[in-house]
Each structure stands twice: as C-alpha cells, then as structure tokens.
Design a protein around this ligand. Structure first.
Ligand code: ADP
Ligand code: MG
Length: 418
C-alpha cells in the first residue's frame, strides 16, 4: 500500500467527476489507501479506498485512468486468459482465472463506450472485458451467476469466460473484473426499441414477445439448483410479500391514493405467491442485446446501490418482469421526449401483452403463483414498488423525468382498481 502521491489531488478531482463514483455532496473525495498490482510492465491495476467505498482504476502512462485504452484492455484480458498472478504492493495477490472455451482472438481491443456503472471493452473480436469500478469484498453476483449459468449453455446469456480478483493477505476476495463471450454484431435492446418506435412501432412487438421467451428461459436456468451460491427454488413466503407491501406503503414517495391498490393486491394474492429464485435483479432494455441467435441478457450485477447480500437474495421472478415492463414505459416516453411521432395509445399495452405472452407461454409455471389472478396481483405489487422507486430517483436526479413514473403510477392504478 502506498501513500498518496503528488498527483493525488488531480486524481481525486477526476474521481469526483466519474459517473460510477458515489458522490457525497459538498465533500471532496479523499483517497485513504491505494493498492497497486502490476499486469505488465508500466500497467497496473489500482484499488483506491475513498470513504466507505473502494474503486478500481487502471494505471498506464500519464493519465488518471487507462481502462479505455485498447492496448491496456488487451493486456488485462491476456492476463486473465493466462490465469495470471501478480503480487500487489500491500502483499495481496492479483489473480486471473480463465474458464472460457476459447482464448481471446487477436483483433484489437475496442472500448464499448456505453459507460454505465463500469467500463466494458471488446477484446480480440471474441470477448468483452468489464472492469468493475466500485468494488467490494465478497461474492460478486455477476461472477456467481456466470459460473452457475456455465451449466446452461443454451441460456440466452453471454457465457462467462474468466475473471480477475484481488486476494488480501487475510484471504478476503474482491472481484475486480469479468470476461464474457462477445455477442457478435450486438444491437442494444434500448436502442433497438427506440429505432423501431421511430420507424415501425407495431413491428417490434413480435421481438418483444421473443424477449419474454428469453427472460423465461433465463429464469428456468436460474431456478436450477447448481453447486454453490443460492440457486434453486424455494417458496416465496407470505411474510416476504407483506414485507414488500409494507416497504411500499411506508415509502414517502407512495401517494396515499396507491394504498388501496396495494392492499387489494396483497389480499388478492393470499398465500399463493409462487417461488423465490435468484433473478437478474436489474432487468431493463439497456441490459439486453440482440445478436445472431436472438436476445441475449447481460449484466448480472444487480442494482449497484443495494448490498451484495440483498442482490444475492432469492425473490419472485416477476420482479424482473416488472422491471422490463417499466422499461417499455420509459422507452415510449423517451421516444415522445425526443420529438418522435406520437405513439398510438395502445403501443405500451401491446408491448406489455406481447412480452407477457412470450414469458407466460415459456416460464415453468411452478415459479409463479398457481392462479393467474394471483400472478397479476404480485406483478402489480412489484410494478408499484418499481414506480415508487423511480419517483424518488427521478425527483432526486432528473426532475424533468418525474412525469414518466407519475404516468406509470396512474396507469397501474387504472388497471388495478377499476
Ligand atoms: N458480451 C457482450 N457482447 C456484446 N456487447 C456487450 C457484451 N457485454 C456488454 N456489452 C455491451 O456493453 C454494455 C455495458 O455492459 P454491462 O454489462 O451492462 O455493463 P454495466 O455494468 O456498465 O452496465 C451493454 O449494454 C452492451 O451494449
Ligand atoms: Mg448494464
């Protein structure tokens, strides 16, 4: 572990500007500790401790971070593919681990640019390296899910090929990055739906039905027991449903006029809540791509704001369904905000129906409540939970988007308490 260097203030300013950095308003970030491990000469993985969080960046050359540099991405992927090991300056060990069917190809690395929570780089024309930015000790959900889904080669996901982590002298493991197989020619689901809304809104419904099929297939694979982790099926306890309803009821963003719908859904559900399984945890159109074999679901990190334990907990598979349905609502709104031609009133209803049709025709019925009426009630509850979260999120971050969840809430209440 090295002391702060002369360039620390510059690095701290740079950190504060990053989308993935957990800002505390009015507080300048202070780097409390730095761990460096060499990947090759002149290139190191660096883990910084700032407040309660740790962050990864890649040092190479002069700038604060070189994770988007193709040569660096290539070197890091080769380190992983060779199951490399390197000693860090605090005595911990940087470890690569490869389980991929084939090694990365020779094509130059290419940053994917879609900077969200992390930094992803296509490497060798064959794989995608994701450098995790906010890192923590403990089982990383995307690694755990990836290892589990390696047992389901037909699942509609990009197969995990490798990862790298830092093992402390006390044995604690911090996952730092993952390598998945590249989906060739991938079109991202959000962009695909928005382009379709501009050109042929009705034409995309068949694809959304296929997306429902893909999500159901994913849930089938996540419900298999597997060797480790918390996979397999258990009943979703009535107490878990009450706790969920309580959370929504007591959320200050929940308007009183929604209380009746929540009570109605809980009553209608009774003790028929179906199963709890590991889920995607943060499913929306931006987590999907379409490749040559159809839809592929990506990014099993869960909601980054939640704790690792929460993200690894089993829950109703309908939680993912609710996330995707809300994404259709956002897509329709984003289309209109971008000045697109007004959609026919029924587009969103048609998108929901198509997706649910594919999902319900494919999913193992044992994962859902026994009665369709109960399944609808549970879905309503989960959508309400999402909408309420969105209301709070948009108020805090994007006030001019509040109208989207507000409209979603109205539609949800219209559909349920008629
Ligand atoms: N295996 C892959 N094949 C093709 N594109 C991918 C793959 N993995 C990720 N991408 C692209 O990179 C983007 C970000 O990946 P994601 O895993 O969602 O990262 P983040 O955690 O930053 O959200 C995806 O939206 C997709 O466009
Ligand atoms: Mg993502």
């Amino acid at each position: 572990m090295t002391a702060a260097s002369a360039s620390t203030p510059r690095l701290e300013r740079w950190l504060a500007e990053q989308r993935w950095f957990a800002r505390t308003d009015g507080v300048e970030p202070t780097i409390a500790a730095t761990v460096r491990a060499p990947v090759k000469r002149g290139t190191s993985v660096v883990v910084l401790t700032v407040g309660d969080h740790r962050y990864q960046l890649i040092e190479s050359g002069g700038g604060p971070d070189a994770a988007n540099d193709p040569a660096v991405g290539g070197a890091l992927a080769r380190f992983v593919a060779a199951s490399g090991r390197a000693l860090a300056d605090d005595g911990s060990e940087l470890r690569g681990r490869w389980i991929g069917a084939k090694a990365p190809g020779r094509a130059a690395a290419r940053p994917l640019g879609a900077e969200q929570s992390n930094t992803s780089i296509a490497v060798g024309g064959s794989h995608v390296l994701k450098v995790l930015r906010r890192v923590s000790t403990g089982v990383h959900p995307e690694l755990e899910v990836g290892a589990h889904l390696a047992g389901s080669p037909d699942a509609p996901v990009a197969q995990l090929a490798g990862w790298y982590d830092l093992v402390g002298r006390d044995g604690s493991v911090t996952t730092l990055g993952l390598v998945h197989e590249l989906v060739p020619g991938a079109l991202d689901g959000w962009g695909l739906v928005l382009s379709a809304l501009a050109a042929d809104p009705g034409g995309v419904l068949a694809r959304l039905r296929d997306l429902g099929v893909a999500v159901a297939q994913l849930h089938g694979a996540l419900a298999l027991p597997g060797d480790g982790g918390t996979f397999g099926v258990e009943p979703l306890a009535g107490t878990a449903v009450w706790a969920l309803a309580d959370r929504v009821l007591s959320d200050p963003s929940t308007p009183p006029r929604a209380h009746g719908a929540i009570a109605h859904a809980v009553e209608g559900l009774g003790d028929d809540a179906g199963a709890a399984i590991r889920t995607h945890g943060d499913l929306h159109l931006g987590q999907t791509v379409v490749g040559p074999d159809g839809w592929v679901i990506l990014d099993f990190e869960g909601e980054p704001a939640r704790s690792l334990d929460e993200r690894r907990a089993r829950t109703s598979p309908l939680r993912d369904v609710a996330g995707m349905l809300r994404s259709f609502s956002y897509a329709a709104a984003a289309h209109e905000r971008a000045g697109g031609r007004p959609l026919s009133a029924g587009w969103e209803a048609g998108a929901r129906a198509a997706f649910l049709d594919g999902y319900l025709a494919t999913v193992d019925p044992g994962l859902l409540p026994r009665s369709m009426a109960a399944a609808r009630h549970l879905l309503t509850l989960l959508e309400l939970e999402k909408v309420v979260y969105e209301l709070a999120y948009e108020r805090a971050h994007r006030p001019d988007w509040v109208a989207i969840p507000a409209r979603g809430l109205d539609q949800l209440l219209d559909r349920t308490v008629r």
